[in-house]
Design a protein around this ligand. Structure first.
Ligand code: ASP
Length: 325
């Protein structure tokens, strides 16, 4: 009989805190409300650690590979900072053109090589499903740091954590998502993570960049409400969260399509004058013109706080997956 070339990972009993131990983090679908609450609690602890001591030695002796096949500033550097602040070490591979990938090595072989040196692999890759594919081959945990237009689960966790911190709750809100809902993986993950919480979604995009049908169906199946429109003015007065996204230029095959939608939205102080006093403006960043700089000083502009929350969430995830939370 042929042996299975894809070994399965050793897994412990099923307590909330052990639900992440030695697990891959591939999709937000893995996060039940209890698990989410647990991760947020650990992230709060990580925040106090960092504020009080700068670092903790929870992951001393552990090594993380940061394997990025696509550009990244925040996800890549916050994972590195998270590992280093936990006392661990990092092998950063941000320029795959200088690795054996440029010689034609498969993802499976690259993963099996790197896991033999490290304890955990953070992977960003342009193909949907690549993190799940890598996880099939790896015995060590894989964390999905963005698989093409698929998901970006750790971003959604930090987004949800930001909503919880800024507004004090994640339920019964009106959440407007604006911009490139078709190619933006962060809005795919965040929508999924916010299902079954009584949230009303307002999807605002040019027709070309509508939220994919698959996700719209998931919202319907969950029994949650959504509407779609093209004009942000239609929703600005009622949203508790305005989640703005960049038009994902790198995903377009026809540059004239990109040109036709690239300047679709601009969030300005004039627009925000019509918004609630108690609401937040979020953006996964980078922004390329969709939020004007003079919005930055508005107390409702949460995107830099959101970005910083990524450090604590990623520290929490690394510690939990390594069994040291
Ligand atoms: N940084 C986010 C991502 O990697 C958002 C973006 O690139 O627009 O998906």
């Amino acid at each position: 009989m042929q042996s299975n070339p894809m070994p399965t990972k050793a897994r412990p009993a099923d307590h909330t805190e052990s639900q992440l131990y030695m697990r891959d983090v591939l999709s937000v679908r893995q996060f039940s409300p209890d698990l989410l609450k647990y991760v947020f609690g650990v992230a709060d602890d990580m925040r106090s650690f960092v504020e009080r001591f700068g670092s903790a030695d929870l992951l001393q002796g552990k090594i993380m590979v940061n394997l990025f096949y696509e550009p990244s500033t925040r996800t890549s550097s916050s994972f590195m900072a998270a590992m280093m602040r936990l006392g661990g070490q990092v092998i950063p591979i941000n320029s795959v053109q200088y690795s054996s990938v440029s010689k034609g090595e498969s993802l499976a072989d690259t993963i099996r090589t790197l896991e033999s040196y490290a304890d955990i692999i953070v992977l960003r890759h342009p193909e949907v499903g690549s993190a799940a594919e890598a996880a099939k081959w790896a015995q060590k945990p894989i964390i999905n740091a963005g698989d093409g237009v698929g998901e970006h689960p750790t971003q959604a966790l930090l987004d949800a954590y930001t909503i919880q911190r800024e507004l004090g709750r994640m339920d019964n809100l009106t959440v407007g998502m604006v911009g490139d809902l078709r190619f933006g993986r962060t809005v795919h993950s965040l929508t999924r993570l916010l299902l079954n919480r009584g949230i009303t979604f307002r999807f605002v995009s040019p027709r070309l960049l509508r939220m994919p049908e698959e996700i719209r169906e998931e919202v319907e199946q969950a029994g949650d409400m959504f509407t779609e429109c093209e004009d942000v003015h239609e929703v600005i007065g009622e949203v508790d969260v305005l989640y703005v996204t960049r038009v994902q230029k790198e995903r377009f095959t026809d540059i004239s399509d990109y040109e036709s939608v690239k300047d679709a939205y601009s969030i300005t102080p004039d627009l925000l004058a019509h918004a609630k006093q108690q609401m937040v403006v979020m953006h996964p960043l980078p922004r390329v013109g969709e939020i004007s700089y003079d919005v930055d000083t508005d107390p409702r502009a949460a995107y830099f706080r959101q970005m910083q929350n990524g450090l604590y969430i990623r520290m929490a995830l690394l510690a939990a997956v390594m069994g040291r939370a």
